[in-house]
Ligand binder design. Structure first.
Ligand code: APR
Length: 234
């Protein structure tokens, strides 16, 4: 690839980039959602109906973060972030902290983060580790309304203006480890194409959006991502 022609990159990541670190994906054979119906753990209605189940589901996933490490794919993206002189934005659908633990800085968590708690009363988010019980008080407004800082289905993802602004300027859009099953992230590739960007998919298997990419490379992220970063930094 002629990286000289590339000045601005947007990279979308999904659960597949963290799979080789030992975190379950959502729609694979042992997918997380298979353990729970989405409607039971990842909607505002679920939180209202059974707060203990929802908090426990995210408490388990938050606790798991202490057992896993960033993999070579996270490390390669962090190295690209550090070395890339042009514009770059990593947009992750993941709520794990592996990108930041690898050292990524130009990063957006569009679906929220496990290591953050959100006050449903005042809207403020704060770093959070450990269990989060229903009725925990917000340090800012004191309302007993802290919840997992996760964007539930039906809620607006975070930083969408920043994401679309970056895609509008991108001349390379790379999608890594996502099934292309959930919007608005699944529509980013089309938006990037319309902005004239070259589009590349790195995934273990064809995704719902594979046909939309200029190039689809199939394989594990820990091999494909370091290879692509080497091409970009050569
Ligand atoms: N390397 C590369 N890709 C992989 C690997 C791997 N080692 N392992 C799995 N994959 C791919 C799978 O082939 C699949 O296409 O990663 C993708 C994971 O897809 P999903 O489980 O659907 O996860 P994701 O696309 O991130 O889901 C998007 O849906 O459930 C919501 O909010 C949730 O952010 C999530 C969103």
């Amino acid at each position: 690839m002629n990286s000289d022609a590339i000045s601005s990159i947007v990279i979308l990541t999904g659960a597949g980039i963290s799979a080789e670190s030992g975190l379950a994906t959502f729609r694979g054979p042992d997918g997380l959602w298979e353990g729970h119906r989405v409607e039971d753990v990842c909607t505002p209605e679920a939180l209202a109906r059974d707060p203990l189940l929802v908090h426990r589901f995210y408490d388990e996933r938050r606790a798991k973060l202490a057992e896993v490490l960033p993999n070579a794919a996270h490390d390669a993206l962090a190295a690209l972030d550090a070395a890339w002189a042009g514009d770059l934005l990593i947009v992750t659908q993941n709520v794990d902290d592996l990108h930041e633990r690898a050292g990524a800085r130009r990063l957006v968590h569009m679906h929220g983060a496990l290591n953050s708690a959100l006050c449903a009363a005042c809207g403020k988010a704060a770093p959070w580790s450990g269990a989060l019980s229903p009725g925990t008080a917000c340090a800012g407004c004191a309302a007993p309304r802290l919840r997992p800082d996760i964007v539930f289905f039906g809620e607006m993802p975070y930083e969408m203006d920043r994401i679309y602004d970056a895609i509008a300027e991108a001349n390379l859009f790379v999608s890594i480890g996502t099934s292309g099953a959930v919007y608005p992230a699944a529509g980013f590739v089309q938006t990037a194409r319309e902005a004239g960007a070259r589009t590349i998919e790195l995934n273990l298997e064809p995704s719902a959006g594979s046909a939309l990419f200029d190039e689809s490379r199939m394989g594990p992220a820990t091999r494909l991502v370091p290879d692509l970063v080497r091409e970009l930094l050569q």
